[in-house]
Design a protein. Structure first.
Length: 323
């Protein structure tokens, strides 16, 4: 077991849980305040290798990894899975573990929230820009740049944001504020707010399977965000600690190893088709696509094993995947 990847947080074991046989691998979610909605208004999100593109942009094909082989689409999907729960009934292996993406899956980091955060930052710098302008510039800039998969070695998000901040602020002669930009963006991620259904969904899920968070995120702000929302999990695997990003199969396998389950008995749940769904499939897991916005499935990717609108539908979906 790779203890390096296991960030043990205070674990509460409800008496009605059906298992408690391996505390370090058990997932335990327990919101310290079930109805708690953080008072902070910022809602971040991130989910992929490229720094800080909004999830939906990745889904739409922006920020893809051009060098990565694309699945030819064994499911023959026509793009446009129906809204609501959609499952291929009857998986071949039991579902003993569930890996959860974090940003845009458990916590909301929507474009409007990001944009407001960027607006606040622009005002701090005294930049004369209209609402949403700095964020628009940022997304256009990062989506048009070459993907970093071709760059050898691992680069944490904060380092990428620092470099991106220099480029973003250069036209204003404010490259020196790049560090400030990176800090503001990290704070946006640290203060993301959980989706309303998450507490109840996680509590129900904890009775069904082992749980882990597998996030493309730097360690510090991810931990801050968990704390900010009163979230506690027995296992959190972040990309900075794992030194790789989803869809790299190694990050999925490390989580499975820590949970003591084979990949075939684990299900990945996430909002991003390529990093969460395709990545999980390539690592031998099943995958549930969380499609909150009722988007079309990218036609070039193999379809997920199930589709849900929100995490309140997850447990019912997993029961259908269980043989
Ligand atoms: Mg995500």
């Amino acid at each position: 077991m790779n203890l390096v990847l296991m960030h043990r947080m205070s674990v509460l074991l409800p008496t009605n849980l059906g298992y408690c046989h391996h505390v370090r691998a058990i997932c335990l979610f327990l919101p310290s305040k079930v109805s708690h909605r953080p008072k902070v208004s910022h809602r971040p999100k991130v989910s992929h290798r490229r720094p800080a593109l909004p999830c939906h942009r990745v889904r739409a094909g922006l920020g893809r990894h051009p060098g990565r082989p694309r699945n030819s689409g064994s499911g023959g999907h026509d793009g446009g899975l129906p809204a609501g729960v959609g499952c291929h009934a009857g998986g071949v292996a039991p579902v003993r573990a569930v890996l959860l993406d974090f940003y845009c899956t458990l916590v909301d980091l929507s474009d409007p929230v990001r944009s407001r955060g960027f607006d606040d930052f622009a005002r701090q710098l005294g930049l004369r820009l209209g609402p949403g302008e700095l964020y628009r510039r940022y997304t256009e800039m990062t989506s048009s740049e070459p993907d970093e998969d071709s760059v050898p070695g691992f680069v944490p998000y904060r380092t990428s944001w620092l470099a991106a901040g220099r480029r973003l602020l250069a036209p204003f002669g404010r490259e020196s504020a790049a560090g400030q930009f990176a800090g503001v963006y990290a704070d946006l991620h640290a203060t993301a707010v959980i989706f309303p259904e998450v507490p109840d969904a996680m509590r129900a899920l904890a009775r069904h399977a082992r749980i882990a968070v597998v996030a493309n995120a730097d360690h510090d702000y991810l931990m801050r965000c968990l704390h900010h929302n009163g979230l506690r999990f027995g296992l959190v695997v972040d990309s900075e600690t794992a030194r790789c990003y989803k869809p790299d199969p190694r990050i999925f396998q490390r989580a499975c190893d820590a949970l003591l389950v084979p990949a075939s008995e684990a299900v990945m749940v996430g909002d991003t088709p390529d990093t969460d769904v395709q990545g999980a499939h390539q690592a031998g897991l099943r995958a549930v696509w969380l499609n909150r916005d009722h988007r079309d499935w990218p036609f070039h990717l193999a379809r997920p094993d199930a589709v849900i609108d929100d995490l309140g539908q997850l447990l019912r979906c997993l029961r259908r995947l269980d043989p």
